[in-house]
Design a binder for this molecule. Structure first.
Ligand code: GPU
Length: 826
């Protein structure tokens, strides 16, 4: 099936792939060849899209030899691989990243100029693959970038959604979701391999039988199946000739799609059956941190996990590999609970298919998995009803029951039949319906469990999984998140990169702790001036983009205050909105003069899950406030609010380098880590933030003087909650807060219609589940300190430089080192 066995080198055609030193001339040649013989068009007749595709295919050719070599090296080396299992990869645009990794940026730009093309137009043509919701998906993308750059063997496994995260538009200030057809203009970065299809079974029933050796066994008689087609993408390391693989699975109907209900023999029904199968990889679920227990979602999870395990065991390991040694060759990292069904799936493969004893299989399985938890919100912990699991994956449910039974016997023995504890620790919960707690299954079936920032890992141990961390203290560890400096500094902030490289050399790109060497430059007035100029240039670039993209006219010289992340109550965009309305109210009521305020531009970027009602109301109100404020002559030149639609990775790359102030204002104890916070600090924005997630570590590193802390800490939140939280009391006792909320409620921002703000206001006054009102005064006080600091622009710049210099820790390369040392042993 795989072709003749040849020595590796003769596998590769000489000259054709392993290109000699790239030159502009050769690049032009390759590009035109792709255009003429790939796209089938003449340069003079080609569209921008033709040119973009031809360019992408040219660049990928330059990575091809390295990709083949890396694959061959991995197969020969017999080393341990990281199988990163993630339902989401929020990759961002690929072209710029590939040009950067291969160091072809200048050559490509020159070559295209010779063809009369501006490469910027082609970069802009790419639709980013939005195969993720937010932080979790972007983290996976950063991690695979770092692993390639560090030459760690890794296969990223996931789903090739036909539609990624929706495109957000606004109509009458309300969010409207448009399908994201990212594949519609072609997808030059992926390599489909239909011949490597994998069959995945679903449904049916199990059957008990006695095997040849007289052992009682169970077998799965599935009800229907689909095919998984792998699509491969290159994951290039930064200029190190390593190219790893991202393998995304697409669902296809089997030829004889034997689902009984569809088996009516009529053609229209047969086509419907196809659609049914192919639905599995059709669309990314747009809920971030609040999974819905939808059947299709469980199908997606099992689908990609079954394909991936099969792929690794049957196609990646050498033939006849003794699976007793599996843990020496693979560690599957579970990116949250989404792929946790992999644990019973590996048990099924070992026990049912390979004939292993249960105990041997269990011993192997636990060594092969490690689990990362990304939340503390109880509503974000996935559970699947036993009924659904039994219907879709009856054999897996049996396996889960047996895992649970064995585990609870162990607990009963260790704790002398402590009934309450046994019930608490059971994988199966009984209320509100019998269901499978996936985080428990993950914890029991993994060798390590980690949180994503120090505070989060601590709370995970103490609050979410206390029984488990007490039972297995060594299983629990922390790996603080990180972000890739290639995309989020080098690519996104070319001007800062050049300035930094002039000062300290370019070693920082793969060793971000070298940013420390910038510290003395904070006291160099000349460097400060250049740093400030970079920031200003990034702002100009952003404002030009927002003008062209959204028709927004923003002043050039105001402080740029940015809050970009998914719209979620716990993240508290509402608190940011209260600050804006308070500032506005202060001015229009005459309490504050326009001369005395520090001019600010507020930018939001946020998508709300389509079914998340209060989040969508918040978007509506932010847009309404923006519209009113931007049109009000009384605050002209001192306040503007921008909410560009469709915040995504591409926009982040423009917004973050331009920001002065980074808003990280979640209620303490709710944001597991945050990664936007790291991107901003690394690009020289100062943070106003709570003691939450990785903010805690950012503040520790940059120092209290270079960070605007406000709000309750996690113990204080707990204390207030225990005492009984009453948001109305804050409304009653704080005059400014009352005026602000009253103004919001008055209809001032909603064309006089009070009803349109009522839900938002009532929610704050009566529920306020994330205590925005309790932190309001502290937040406004911190904002006043921000204003004060910003008035001294040179001192501000000094603080910004120190933020850059001291946050090199947050490189995802460091995260990957931590995973290697604490979790993977690769
Ligand atoms: N996160 Br659970 C998501 O983006 N989606 C999820 O479904 C869950 C968590 C985020 C956390 O909210 C954020 O704090 C963290 O930085 C990020 O995962 C990566 O760990």
């Amino acid at each position: 099936r795989v072709g003749p066995t040849l020595p590796v080198l003769s596998d590769i055609a000489t000259g054709a792939v392993q290109s000699p030193t790239p030159t502009v001339e050769r690049f032009v040649n390759h590009f035109l060849r792709e255009l003429n013989f790939g796209q089938g068009v003449l340069l003079s007749r080609s569209t921008i899209n033709d040119q973009y595709i031809a360019l992408a295919k040219t660049v990928r050719k330059y990575m091809m030899a390295d990709w083949l070599d890396t694959g061959a090296k991995r197969r020969e080396g017999g080393t341990k691989t990281v199988g990163y299992l993630s339902a989401e990869y929020l990759l961002g645009r690929q072209l710029s990243n590939a040009l950067l990794a291969t160091d072809l940026q200048d050559i490509a730009a020159d070559a295209l100029r010779e063809c009369g093309i501006d490469i910027a137009d082609l970069r802009a043509q790419e639709i980013e693959p939005g195969l993720g919701n937010g932080g979790l998906g972007r983290l996976a993308a950063c991690f695979i970038d770092s692993l390639a750059t560090m030459d760690v063997p890794c296969i990223g496994y996931g789903i090739r959604y036909e539609y990624g995260i929706f495109r957000q538009t606004f109509e009458d200030n309300r969010q409207v979701e448009v399908p994201d057809s990212w594949l519609s203009l072609g997808s030059p970065w992926e390599f489909p391999h239909p011949e490597r299809q994998v069959r995945v079974d679903f449904g049916g029933r199990t059957e008990q039988y006695t095997d040849d050796e007289g052992r009682e066994r169970s077998r799965w008689i599935p009800g229907w199946n689909v095919l998984g087609i792998p699509y491969h993408q290159m994951v290039p390391g930064f200029r190190n000739h390593t190219v790893n693989t991202l393998r995304l699975w697409s669902a296809k109907a089997t030829q004889a799609f034997d689902l009984q209900i569809f088996n009516s023999g009529d053609y229209a029904e047969a086509v419907r059956a196809q659609t049914f199968a192919e639905n599995i990889s059709k669309v990314l679920y747009p809920e971030d941190s609040t999974p819905q227990g939808k059947e299709l979602r469980l199908q997606q999870q099992y689908f990609f996990v079954a394909c991936s395990l099969h792929d690794f065991i049957e196609n990646t390991l050498p033939q006849d590999f003794d699976l007793h040694h599996l843990p020496e060759r693979i560690v599957f990292q579970l990116n949250d609970t989404h792929p946790v069904i992999a644990i019973p799936e590996l048990m099924r493969i070992l026990v049912d298919i390979k004939g292993f004893d249960w105990d041997d299989a269990w011993d192997i399985t636990r060594q092969c998995f490690a689990y990362t938890c990304h939340t503390l919100l109880p509503e974000a912990l996935e559970v699947w009803s036993v009924e659904l699991m039994g219907k879709l994956l009856p054999r897996h449910l049996e396996i889960i029951y047996r895992i649970n039974k064995n585990f609870l016997e162990e607990v009963a023995e260790a704790f002398a039949g402590d009934e309450m504890r046994i019930r608490r620790m059971s994988i199966i919960s009984e209320h509100p319906e019998r269901s499978v707690r996936m985080a428990y299954l993950a914890t029991i079936g993994s060798s390590k469990v980690n949180g994503v920032a120090e505070l989060h890992s601590q709370l995970l141990r103490d609050k979410v999984l206390p029984d488990f961390s007490g039972y297995w203290p060594d299983k629990f560890t922390n790996v603080t998140n990180g972000v890739t400096p290639r995309r989020f500094v080098f690519l996104a902030n070319r001007k800062l990169s050049d300035l930094v490289t002039d000062a300290i050399g370019d070693g920082w790109v793969t060793d971000l702790e070298q940013f420390k060497k910038l510290e003395p430059f904070a006291d160099d007035p000349n460097f400060r001036q250049q740093f400030a100029q970079v920031k200003q240039a990034n702002k100009e670039r952003l404002y030009n983009l927002l003008k062209a993209r959204d028709g927004l006219d923003l002043p050039r010289d105001a402080m740029l205050d940015v809050m970009v992340k998914r719209l979620h109550e716990y993240k508290r965009q509402s608190l940011k909105l209260l600050h804006i309305v308070s500032m506005y109210d202060g001015i229009i009521s005459g309490r504050v003069s326009t001369e005395s305020v520090v001019p600010r531009t507020f930018v939001f970027g946020a998508k709300a899950a389509p079914g998340y009602h209060i989040a969508k109301e918040t978007i509506f109100l932010i847009n309404s406030v923006a519209q009113t404020i931007n049109a009000d002559e009384r605050v002209k030149n001192v306040m503007s609010v921008a909410f560009p639609a469709n915040y995504n990775v591409t926009l982040a790359e423009k917004l973050i380098p331009a920001a002065d102030l980074s808003e990280q204002i979640s209620l303490a104890g709710k944001e597991a880590s945050g990664t936007g916070n790291m991107k901003f600090a690394l690009n020289g924005a100062l943070t106003i933030g709570t003691d939450d997630g990785a903010n805690v570590e950012i503040r520790e590193l940059v120092g209290d003087d270079n960070f605007f802390l406000f709000g309750m800490d996690e113990p204080q939140v707990e204390e207030l909650r225990a005492k009984g939280y009453d948001p109305e009391s804050y409304y009653q006792s704080n005059e400014n807060l009352r005026a602000t909320i009253d103004l919001l409620a008055s209809g001032h921002f909603t064309g006089g219609d009070r009803r349109l703000a009522a839900q938002f206001v009532d929610n704050l006054r009566t529920q306020d589940p994330f205590m925005a009102l309790a932190d309001y005064q502290s937040y406004l006080d911190a904002q006043a300190r921000v204003d004060e600091a910003y008035r001294d622009s040179d001192a501000w710049t000094r603080m910004a430089i120190l933020n850059v210099a001291r946050t090199g820790f947050f490189s995802s390369d460091r995260s990957m080192r931590d995973y290697r040392e604490r979790i993977w042993n690769v």
